[in-house]
Design a protein around this ligand. Structure first.
Ligand code: MG
Length: 307
């Protein structure tokens, strides 16, 4: 029986569109438009946003203006939770200069993806992140640790839950303040979500340290978020308009759309602090700016109803 008493009263929607979304789209937005996107998202009530990435500008041209963007966002950094991806010490130096109070590192659960995405082994990349995490923590900065390919990867098939838990334990030992469990190619089904959370349990990792990052490639994202919430997860990643995906999973759908997630949460009576109408207007505005069709089914349905 479906027991809604097991659901959280409130959930933090962690918006990844400005970074994970735009990084994986062909369009390059001007810095001022990116800054306005972040402001509009904050104005809709989103309380946590990943805004940029301090990777080398030539590697991710869409996010090459991270330093300039952070200058524009600087007045809001002390009052809002904003973060940026940091791949190494150089990236951390830029993040520290920006005044951000939170950064993120991007680890892999599988060797093949570590090679493809980080040009390193799983442990080799964690060895690079270790000092970055510790230096950030010493500076009083929170660190989110992404783990990608937590359920399967395109080369190795299903990912062993123990491998993911090993990476999580290492990140936590180094000082990360939150782990985001990524289903990078979107294959996970609810039973696998429970199995992975059980593996985290067996290592003594508290659910309060965990977030989930589901992709809707196989249409499973909302089933998986619901399952994760029933298992005690209260931070969920999503991307406005369903922007972005994974370059290693060629498909029209990638990130779970924020509008679809919020529709589910509010439908369940779970509070998010988000004003849904303002969120929808932001999504429509972003569609005009990017020229990318909004991929949120909820947004498409509501716009169709009103036209
Ligand atoms: Mg993603």
């Amino acid at each position: 029986m479906f027991d809604r008493s097991g659901l959280p009263k409130s959930v933090t929607v962690y918006e990844v569109g400005p970074r994970d979304g735009l990084q994986n789209e062909a369009v390059i937005l001007p810095t001022t438009v990116k800054a306005e996107l972040v402001k509009r998202l904050l104005n809709s009530g989103i309380s946590a946003i990943e805004v940029a990435s301090f990777v080398r500008p030539d590697i991710v041209p869409a996010l090459a203006d991270a330093d300039e963007l952070l200058v524009e966002l600087a007045p809001m950094l002390s009052t809002h939770r904003m973060s940026a991806l940091v791949p190494n010490q150089k990236g951390l130096d830029r993040a520290l200069k920006s005044g951000l109070q939170e950064i993120a590192v991007f680890a892999s659960a599988t060797e093949s993806f570590a090679r493809a995405n980080l040009n390193n082994s799983v442990v080799g990349s964690l060895d690079i992140f270790g000092p970055v995490i510790r230096t950030a923590r010493d500076a009083g900065i929170r660190v989110r640790g992404y783990i990608s390919m937590c359920f399967s990867d395109p080369w190795e098939g299903k990912t062993a839950t123990d491998k993911v838990a090993d990476v999580a334990m290492r990140l936590l030992a180094d000082g990360v303040t939150e782990i985001s469990i990524g289903d990078t190619i979107g294959t996970a089904t609810p039973g696998e979500v429970i199995d992975l959370l059980d593996a985290f349990d067996s290592r003594g990792i508290s659910r309060s340290l965990l977030a989930v990052h589901f992709h809707d490639t196989y249409g499973q994202a909302l089933s998986n978020t619901l399952t994760a919430m029933l298992e005690g997860i209260t931070t969920i990643d999503s991307s406005i308009g369903g922007l972005g995906g994974c370059p290693f999973a060629k498909s029209a759908t990638g990130n779970l759309a924020t509008e679809d997630l919020v529709w589910q949460l509010h439908g369940l009576g779970i509070s998010t602090g988000i004003d849904f109408d303002t969120l929808l207007l932001t999504s429509a505005w972003l569609g005009l700016q990017t020229g990318i069709k909004v991929r949120s089914k909820t947004a498409i349905a509501l716009v169709g109803k009103n036209s």
